[in-house]
Write a new protein. Structure first.
Length: 103
């Protein structure tokens, strides 16, 4: 197990199951962020969440969503907007950007 422990900070990462999204997820987990993992592939997200929880002592929530689907996008927007502990939102398709947004 890593020395990282939950810092109380939360991050929502889209595209979390592969590529750049996964790189962000792994780095943030090592830094102690609790994570909300968003992607289309539930099986990959569940496996990743379990690995991150075991290896980093953090909390990881899985949200299966396709952000090209208006209903899924609205659900993730609501989740992000209603989470006062959320301190980082990566790959801000939610706000029309492809960058990192920090509160």
């Amino acid at each position: 197990m890593s020395d990282a422990v939950s810092s109380g900070r939360r991050a929502l990462i889209t595209g979390a199951s592969s590529g750049i999204g996964m790189v962000y997820v792994e780095r943030l987990a090592r830094e102690g962020y609790d994570l909300i993992l968003v992607a289309r592939r539930r099986d990959r997200l569940v496996d990743l969440a379990e690995k991150l929880k075991r290896g980093n002592g953090i909390a990881a929530e899985v949200v299966c969503a396709d952000l090209t689907d208006k209903q899924d996008l609205a659900r993730v927007e609501t989740l992000a907007g209603g989470d006062e502990a959320l301190s980082l939102l990566q790959k801000c398709r939610l706000c029309g950007l492809s960058a990192v947004c920090v509160n």
